[in-house]
Design a protein around this ligand. Structure first.
Ligand code: HEM
Length: 350
């Protein structure tokens, strides 16, 4: 896949060149007793030691696959981190994103929704490989949802980001529908208002929004996700004034307004595209954000102070990122056979 990338950078100046590499409840009940019973039920809590007896080596097993993938196919890292995010935001962290549409079925699974079509195969491949290894040692024990959570953490750490402990005990979901995707995922041109509302609907704060967006310190985006910013920002027929002119020039070279190669991608972080660091935030302050939704975080008074603060302090970002990933990893978690399953193959319901 063609990629646009800088060859070198410094705080004051950098040079862009193009090179080509192959990449890749409502509780509707009239029965007050039923409501009381539900309220008393303890929350579906995850735990660090969930597999301590049943599969104590699970993290090692997943780790052997993620480290090999990272070495051989580094884009597996951003691919898997994004996969986890897209899983958690639609139906909760239940591996519903991994389900394949049944052949001949008119109901498309989540992964076949338009918003998920550009998820890289390397993320799915990593989980398939890890699940196969885990199943060979601990058959029928570990959910695909937990494997995805562990793999995402591994890749964050392998790319230079923080290491945090992953709580486990998620069951895999029984529902995966493409129709549930569009309203539950953010878009490249989402306003900060829309982002705050969406994240809030998942129990995430404004700080979580800014912190989790920091995952865009690695990975790539296709031209279609930012091309309007280059040529016709908000219908003005002008470029977005919030793009650095040198970045604008470089992006225009790779992403023509019409007739460009749909496979071209550009790095989110033009300074350190392969390192999980806090450069995302300093970039936003230098008009080097790739998506309108990224740069918007520096332009909005509700999020700007957070961007500035994380740009100054990598340790603070890493701590907040670890905490926010734990929160995101707890969204809509399922436990037990009533709501969940433990799949043998992650792409097929039991
Ligand atoms: C805040 C709202 C967000 C928006 C609007 C957004 C949007 C996008 C878009 C449009 C892409 C490029 C897809 C492509 O062209 O192939 C992308 C990539 C990516 N996103 Fe986000 N995203 C958001 C939040 C997040 C979060 C919370 C995470 C993880 C915690 C995340 C992780 C990633 C990663 C790692 C990539 C690179 C994927 C790759 O290179 O394969 N994003 N995102």
């Amino acid at each position: 896949m063609p990629v646009l990338s800088p060859t070198s950078s410094s705080s004051s100046s950098f040079v862009f060149t193009c090179f080509f590499i192959i990449l890749f409840v409502t509780i509707n009940s009239s029965n007050p007793v039923a409501i009381t019973t539900k309220a008393k039920r303890p929350p579906r809590q995850l735990s660090v030691n969930y597999y301590a007896k049943s599969c104590p080596q699970v993290e090692q097993l997943v780790g052997s696959i993620t480290s090999q993938q990272f070495k051989e196919i580094p884009v597996s890292a951003p691919a898997t981190i994004r996969l986890f995010f897209h899983d958690c935001f639609v139906e909760g962290c239940d591996a519903s994103i991994l389900i394949a549409t049944q052949p001949g079925s008119k109901i498309l699974a989540e992964k076949d929704a338009a918003d998920n079509r550009d998820l890289r195969t390397e993320g799915f491949d990593t989980i398939t490989r890890a699940k196969a290894l885990v199943e060979s040692k601990c058959p029928g024990i570990v959910s695909c949802a937990d494997i995805l959570a562990i793999a995402a953490r591994d890749f964050i750490h392998l790319a230079g980001g923080p290491y945090y402990v992953v709580k486990k005990g998620r069951w895999d979901g029984k529902i995966s529908m493409a129709s549930r995707v569009p309203n539950n995922l953010p878009h490249a041109n989402s306003t900060v208002d829309q982002l705050i509302k969406l994240f809030s609907s998942k129990g995430l704060t404004i700080q979580d929004l800014v912190v989790l967006s920091g995952a865009h310190t690695i990975g790539f985006a296709h031209c279609k996700n930012f091309v309007d910013r280059l040529y016709n920002y908000k219908g003005t027929k002008q470029a977005d004034p919030a793009i650095d002119p040198r970045l604008l020039k470089a992006l225009k070279m790779s992403c023509p307004q019409v007739g460009g190669n749909a496979d071209i991608v550009a790095p989110f972080d033009v300074t350190t595209p392969f390192v999980f660091d806090h450069a995302y935030y300093t970039n936003l302050q230098s008009k080097l954000g790739l998506l309108a939704s990224d740069e918007g975080l520096f332009l909005d008074p509700r999020t700007k102070p957070l961007v500035q603060s994380f740009g100054l302090d990598k340790a603070k970002f890493f701590l907040a990122f670890s905490a926010a990933m734990e929160k995101m990893g707890s969204i809509g978690v399922k436990r037990g056979r009533r709501h969940g399953e433990k799949r043998k193959a992650c792409s097929i319901h039991m």
